[in-house]
Design a protein around this ligand. Structure first.
Ligand SMILES: Nc1ncnc2c1ncn2[C@@H]1O[C@H](COP(=O)(O)OP(=O)(O)OP(=O)(O)O)[C@@H](O)[C@H]1O
Ligand SMILES: [Mg+2]
Length: 223
Protein backbone atom coordinates (compact mmCIF):
# COMPACT_ATOMS: atom_id res chain seq x y z
CA UNK A 1 0.00 0.00 0.00
CA UNK A 2 1.05 3.58 -0.67
CA UNK A 3 -0.08 6.05 1.96
CA UNK A 4 0.47 9.81 2.11
CA UNK A 5 -0.45 11.72 5.24
CA UNK A 6 -0.62 15.52 5.17
CA UNK A 7 2.12 15.82 2.58
CA UNK A 8 3.18 19.34 1.63
CA UNK A 9 5.95 20.44 -0.70
CA UNK A 10 7.25 23.96 -1.04
CA UNK A 11 10.07 24.91 -3.39
CA UNK A 12 12.11 27.84 -2.16
CA UNK A 13 13.76 29.74 -4.99
CA UNK A 14 13.33 33.50 -5.16
CA UNK A 15 9.89 33.16 -3.71
CA UNK A 16 8.06 30.24 -2.15
CA UNK A 17 6.12 27.93 -4.40
CA UNK A 18 3.68 25.77 -2.50
CA UNK A 19 3.19 22.90 -4.96
CA UNK A 20 1.52 20.32 -2.70
CA UNK A 21 -0.73 21.38 0.16
CA UNK A 22 -1.48 18.91 2.89
CA UNK A 23 -2.28 15.97 0.64
CA UNK A 24 -3.50 12.65 2.06
CA UNK A 25 -4.51 9.53 0.18
CA UNK A 26 -3.98 5.79 0.02
CA UNK A 27 -3.35 3.53 -2.95
CA UNK A 28 -4.21 -0.15 -2.57
CA UNK A 29 -1.87 -2.91 -3.74
CA UNK A 30 -2.34 -4.36 -7.24
CA UNK A 31 -4.31 -1.38 -8.50
CA UNK A 32 -3.86 1.05 -11.38
CA UNK A 33 -4.04 4.68 -10.27
CA UNK A 34 -3.71 7.64 -12.59
CA UNK A 35 -2.70 11.14 -11.56
CA UNK A 36 -3.97 13.85 -13.88
CA UNK A 37 -3.68 17.62 -13.72
CA UNK A 38 -2.44 20.45 -15.87
CA UNK A 39 1.23 21.20 -16.52
CA UNK A 40 2.93 22.51 -13.40
CA UNK A 41 0.25 21.18 -11.05
CA UNK A 42 2.76 19.01 -9.17
CA UNK A 43 2.23 15.55 -10.63
CA UNK A 44 5.93 14.76 -11.07
CA UNK A 45 6.71 16.27 -7.68
CA UNK A 46 4.15 13.97 -6.08
CA UNK A 47 5.53 10.94 -7.92
CA UNK A 48 9.11 11.83 -6.97
CA UNK A 49 8.06 11.92 -3.33
CA UNK A 50 6.50 8.45 -3.61
CA UNK A 51 9.68 7.21 -5.33
CA UNK A 52 11.87 8.88 -2.70
CA UNK A 53 13.66 10.92 -5.37
CA UNK A 54 12.46 13.97 -3.46
CA UNK A 55 11.35 14.52 0.13
CA UNK A 56 8.23 16.34 1.31
CA UNK A 57 8.58 19.62 3.20
CA UNK A 58 6.23 18.09 5.76
CA UNK A 59 4.03 15.05 6.11
CA UNK A 60 4.52 11.29 6.09
CA UNK A 61 4.90 8.79 3.26
CA UNK A 62 4.51 5.02 3.64
CA UNK A 63 5.16 2.56 0.82
CA UNK A 64 5.02 -1.22 1.21
CA UNK A 65 5.19 -0.95 5.01
CA UNK A 66 8.20 1.36 4.89
CA UNK A 67 7.97 4.78 6.48
CA UNK A 68 10.07 6.68 3.93
CA UNK A 69 10.74 9.59 6.31
CA UNK A 70 12.69 7.27 8.60
CA UNK A 71 14.95 5.56 6.04
CA UNK A 72 18.69 6.28 6.01
CA UNK A 73 20.62 6.87 2.75
CA UNK A 74 21.46 3.21 2.26
CA UNK A 75 17.87 2.15 2.86
CA UNK A 76 16.63 4.82 0.43
CA UNK A 77 18.92 3.59 -2.37
CA UNK A 78 17.77 0.06 -1.72
CA UNK A 79 14.14 1.18 -1.74
CA UNK A 80 14.62 2.96 -5.10
CA UNK A 81 16.39 -0.04 -6.60
CA UNK A 82 14.26 -2.85 -5.27
CA UNK A 83 10.77 -1.62 -4.44
CA UNK A 84 10.21 1.00 -7.12
CA UNK A 85 10.43 0.75 -10.90
CA UNK A 86 10.52 4.06 -12.77
CA UNK A 87 9.29 4.56 -16.33
CA UNK A 88 9.73 7.95 -18.00
CA UNK A 89 8.55 9.75 -21.13
CA UNK A 90 12.06 9.69 -22.61
CA UNK A 91 13.06 6.13 -22.08
CA UNK A 92 16.60 6.69 -20.72
CA UNK A 93 17.92 3.54 -22.36
CA UNK A 94 21.50 3.08 -23.56
CA UNK A 95 20.99 3.40 -27.32
CA UNK A 96 24.16 1.55 -28.37
CA UNK A 97 23.51 -1.39 -26.04
CA UNK A 98 21.29 -4.35 -26.81
CA UNK A 99 17.80 -4.82 -25.40
CA UNK A 100 19.05 -7.60 -23.11
CA UNK A 101 21.99 -5.51 -21.85
CA UNK A 102 19.68 -2.63 -21.01
CA UNK A 103 17.27 -4.79 -19.05
CA UNK A 104 20.18 -6.46 -17.22
CA UNK A 105 21.63 -3.12 -16.10
CA UNK A 106 19.91 -2.84 -12.68
CA UNK A 107 21.00 -6.41 -11.95
CA UNK A 108 24.61 -5.58 -12.82
CA UNK A 109 24.38 -2.76 -10.30
CA UNK A 110 22.84 -5.15 -7.76
CA UNK A 111 25.78 -7.54 -8.27
CA UNK A 112 23.80 -10.45 -9.74
CA UNK A 113 25.86 -12.97 -11.72
CA UNK A 114 25.60 -12.95 -15.52
CA UNK A 115 23.70 -16.21 -16.05
CA UNK A 116 21.11 -15.38 -13.41
CA UNK A 117 20.63 -11.79 -14.56
CA UNK A 118 20.13 -12.84 -18.18
CA UNK A 119 17.58 -15.45 -17.15
CA UNK A 120 15.71 -12.88 -15.10
CA UNK A 121 15.88 -10.23 -17.83
CA UNK A 122 14.56 -12.72 -20.41
CA UNK A 123 11.62 -13.55 -18.16
CA UNK A 124 10.54 -9.89 -18.18
CA UNK A 125 11.30 -9.42 -21.88
CA UNK A 126 8.99 -12.36 -22.57
CA UNK A 127 6.32 -10.76 -20.39
CA UNK A 128 6.58 -7.56 -22.45
CA UNK A 129 6.64 -9.56 -25.70
CA UNK A 130 10.15 -8.31 -26.54
CA UNK A 131 12.18 -11.51 -26.21
CA UNK A 132 12.65 -11.89 -29.98
CA UNK A 133 14.50 -8.54 -29.99
CA UNK A 134 16.86 -9.27 -27.10
CA UNK A 135 19.99 -8.89 -29.25
CA UNK A 136 18.80 -5.78 -31.11
CA UNK A 137 20.53 -2.47 -30.32
CA UNK A 138 18.05 -0.08 -28.74
CA UNK A 139 18.46 2.69 -31.33
CA UNK A 140 16.92 0.36 -33.91
CA UNK A 141 13.65 -0.05 -31.97
CA UNK A 142 10.39 1.82 -32.40
CA UNK A 143 9.27 4.14 -29.59
CA UNK A 144 6.73 1.63 -28.33
CA UNK A 145 9.33 -1.13 -28.29
CA UNK A 146 11.76 1.12 -26.40
CA UNK A 147 9.15 1.81 -23.77
CA UNK A 148 8.42 -1.90 -23.37
CA UNK A 149 12.15 -2.45 -22.80
CA UNK A 150 12.12 0.36 -20.24
CA UNK A 151 9.20 -1.33 -18.46
CA UNK A 152 11.05 -4.67 -18.44
CA UNK A 153 14.05 -2.89 -16.94
CA UNK A 154 11.83 -1.26 -14.29
CA UNK A 155 10.55 -4.71 -13.31
CA UNK A 156 13.78 -6.66 -13.38
CA UNK A 157 14.55 -6.20 -9.68
CA UNK A 158 11.04 -7.45 -8.91
CA UNK A 159 9.79 -3.97 -8.06
CA UNK A 160 6.40 -3.95 -6.37
CA UNK A 161 5.46 -0.42 -7.42
CA UNK A 162 5.76 0.93 -10.96
CA UNK A 163 5.79 4.72 -11.25
CA UNK A 164 5.22 5.82 -14.86
CA UNK A 165 5.54 9.54 -15.61
CA UNK A 166 3.89 10.20 -18.99
CA UNK A 167 5.23 6.96 -20.48
CA UNK A 168 3.21 7.48 -23.66
CA UNK A 169 4.20 11.14 -24.11
CA UNK A 170 6.55 10.36 -27.01
CA UNK A 171 4.43 7.64 -28.60
CA UNK A 172 1.73 7.57 -31.24
CA UNK A 173 -1.72 6.30 -30.30
CA UNK A 174 -1.08 2.71 -31.38
CA UNK A 175 2.16 2.34 -29.44
CA UNK A 176 0.69 4.27 -26.52
CA UNK A 177 -2.13 1.74 -26.31
CA UNK A 178 0.29 -1.19 -26.37
CA UNK A 179 2.35 0.34 -23.54
CA UNK A 180 -0.71 1.11 -21.40
CA UNK A 181 -2.09 -2.40 -22.01
CA UNK A 182 1.23 -3.80 -20.76
CA UNK A 183 1.17 -1.58 -17.67
CA UNK A 184 -2.40 -2.63 -16.95
CA UNK A 185 -1.40 -6.30 -17.13
CA UNK A 186 1.13 -5.73 -14.34
CA UNK A 187 -1.63 -5.28 -11.78
CA UNK A 188 -2.58 -8.90 -12.49
CA UNK A 189 0.88 -10.14 -11.48
CA UNK A 190 0.98 -8.35 -8.16
CA UNK A 191 2.27 -4.91 -9.13
CA UNK A 192 0.89 -1.54 -8.13
CA UNK A 193 0.93 0.94 -11.01
CA UNK A 194 0.84 4.72 -10.69
CA UNK A 195 0.57 6.55 -14.01
CA UNK A 196 0.81 10.23 -14.85
CA UNK A 197 -0.91 11.30 -18.04
CA UNK A 198 -2.45 14.32 -19.70
CA UNK A 199 -4.85 12.08 -21.56
CA UNK A 200 -8.16 11.87 -19.69
CA UNK A 201 -9.50 9.22 -22.07
CA UNK A 202 -6.57 6.92 -21.20
CA UNK A 203 -7.04 7.71 -17.52
CA UNK A 204 -10.70 6.65 -17.68
CA UNK A 205 -10.03 3.58 -19.78
CA UNK A 206 -7.18 2.08 -17.74
CA UNK A 207 -7.48 3.27 -14.15
CA UNK A 208 -9.11 1.77 -11.12
CA UNK A 209 -8.87 5.26 -9.74
CA UNK A 210 -8.14 8.78 -11.00
CA UNK A 211 -6.66 11.51 -8.81
CA UNK A 212 -6.89 15.06 -10.15
CA UNK A 213 -4.24 17.40 -8.82
CA UNK A 214 -5.30 21.04 -8.85
CA UNK A 215 -4.11 24.04 -6.85
CA UNK A 216 -1.93 21.80 -4.70
CA UNK A 217 -4.67 19.44 -3.57
CA UNK A 218 -6.44 16.33 -4.84
CA UNK A 219 -9.50 18.16 -6.07
CA UNK A 220 -11.32 15.21 -7.51
CA UNK A 221 -11.12 11.48 -7.27
CA UNK A 222 -13.25 8.74 -8.68
CA UNK A 223 -13.20 5.24 -7.28
N1 LIG B 1 13.40 21.47 -8.03
C1 LIG B 1 12.52 22.46 -8.19
N2 LIG B 1 12.79 23.71 -7.78
C2 LIG B 1 11.90 24.72 -7.93
N3 LIG B 1 10.68 24.55 -8.46
C3 LIG B 1 10.34 23.32 -8.88
C4 LIG B 1 11.23 22.20 -8.78
N4 LIG B 1 10.61 21.11 -9.28
C5 LIG B 1 9.40 21.52 -9.69
N5 LIG B 1 9.22 22.84 -9.45
C6 LIG B 1 8.01 23.61 -9.75
O1 LIG B 1 6.92 22.95 -9.14
C7 LIG B 1 5.76 22.99 -9.97
C8 LIG B 1 5.25 21.58 -10.21
O2 LIG B 1 6.19 20.91 -11.02
P1 LIG B 1 5.94 19.42 -11.53
O3 LIG B 1 7.11 19.04 -12.33
O4 LIG B 1 5.60 18.57 -10.36
O5 LIG B 1 4.64 19.62 -12.44
P2 LIG B 1 3.88 18.57 -13.37
O6 LIG B 1 2.45 18.53 -12.92
O7 LIG B 1 4.62 17.29 -13.40
O8 LIG B 1 3.94 19.30 -14.79
P3 LIG B 1 4.09 18.67 -16.27
O9 LIG B 1 2.74 18.15 -16.64
O10 LIG B 1 4.48 19.84 -17.11
O11 LIG B 1 5.14 17.62 -16.24
C9 LIG B 1 6.19 23.75 -11.22
O12 LIG B 1 5.76 25.08 -11.12
C10 LIG B 1 7.69 23.64 -11.21
O13 LIG B 1 8.27 24.74 -11.84
MG1 LIG C 1 5.66 16.24 -14.89
Amino acid sequence: MIKLENVSKTFKDNNQLEVLKNISFEIEDNTFTTIVGKSGSGKTTLMNIIGSIDVPTSGDVYVCDKHLNNLNDKEISEYRNKTIGFVFQSFYLEQQFSVLENVCMPLVIAGVKRKEREETARKYLALLDMLDKEKTKVYKLSGGEKQRVAIARALVNDAKVILADEPTGNLDTKNGTIVLDELKKLTKIGKTVVLITHNMEDAKKYSDRILLLKDGVISYENN
